[in-house]
Design a protein around this ligand. Structure first.
Ligand SMILES: Cc1ncc(COP(=O)(O)O)c(C=O)c1O
Length: 295
């Protein structure tokens, strides 16, 4: 069976799933998207992803030409049409076909497509051994320039940081904001673990105001930590906080939970994935593979 893509209301073979060169998604990166995962036939947090998609679209005044129930069913249909129980699903809404000028309101109708495929963000062994990253020189877009709440199809800011990482011989970069505070990876949120004054581990992740996407995996991990009695706070972090952390990990739908064990060639904590990272990664894996709901 050939792979099927859902495009503007229809499931069609991948090779026929094309969009116009006049689509503003292509011409200007004018669009929004979600990356979603299905595990064992369940689409994890589908409703949260749809909610964020419609919020991103509203923030750029892009009308999604389908009711949410229709798109929810379309995501399920795409998974089924590709005969998959496990997949990475990419749901994109572009501004659509328009003229060569920037005016988004000359585009008559948004283009919507859904792909169900695989994604491998990082080699499997790095999940066991930990990953080395750098701190990028490329500064994360300030929220006043582009709200990080908008999951837009324009990732050049993040791609420039990713290129720095690859040039440095590693696979990921942590981005700072204009105030020198830590934001996130090129497509993952960041958590640090450090011991509080009582010697107990505590999690910290930067606040949205630092310029981070409010990750769905971040929220899930925060809930898992709370359930496990691990306190969590949203506070600004400086690079020094990273170097002094006991553990660091990144979270994202595609990346899941990956330990960071070296930054700019300096080991973090013991230099190996720490116990809290391992505990949360195990709890996350258990949740996504057994969670019967899609909320
Ligand atoms: C910039 C950025 N931060 C964080 C994340 C993680 O978000 P989520 O956990 O919702 O996948 C993503 C995901 O694509 C991202 O692009």
């Amino acid at each position: 069976m050939s792979k099927q893509v859902w495009l503007n209301g229809e499931l069609i073979p991948t090779e026929k799933a094309t969009v116009s060169v006049f689509d503003h998604g292509l011409l200007y990166g004018d669009g929004v998207f979600e990356g979603i995962r299905a595990y064992n036939g369940q689409i994890f947090k589908l409703d949260s992803h749809l909610k964020r998609l419609y919020a991103s679209a509203a923030a750029i005044r892009l009308e999604i030409p389908y009711e949410v129930d229709k798109l929810r069913q379309a995501v399920r249909d795409t998974l089924k049409a590709n005969d998959r129980t496990d997949a990475y699903i990419r749901l994109c809404v572009t501004r659509g076909f328009g003229s060569l000028g920037l005016n988004p309101f000359l585009c008559k109708r948004a283009t919507v497509f859904i792909i169900a495929d695989d994604i491998k963000m990082f080699p499997s062994e790095l999940y066991e051994l930990g990953m080395e990253v750098i701190i990028a020189k490329t500064i994360r877009n300030p929220p006043a320039s582009l709200s990080p709440a908008i999951k837009s199809m324009n990732y050049l800011n993040n791609i420039l940081a990713k290129i720095e990482a690859i040039d440095a011989g590693v696979l990921e970069a942590i981005m700072l904001n204009i105030d020198g505070n830590v934001t996130e990876g090129s497509s993952e949120n960041l958590f640090i673990v450090r011991n509080n004054t009582h010697g107990n581990p505590e999690l910290t992740t930067p606040p949205v105001s630092a310029g981070v996407l409010e990750g769905i995996t971040l929220s899930t991990v925060a809930q898992l930590a709370t359930d496990a009695g691990i306190p969590i706070s949203r506070n600004n972090l400086k690079p020094a906080d990273l170097f002094n952390a006991n553990e660091i990990f990144l979270t994202g739908t595609a990346a899941e939970i990956i330990p960071v064990t070296k930054i700019d060639a300096k080991p973090i904590g013991s230099g190996s994935p720490g116990p809290i990272t391992q505990q949360l990664a195990k709890a996350y894996h258990h949740l996504v593979t057994t969670n019967p709901t899609e909320d």
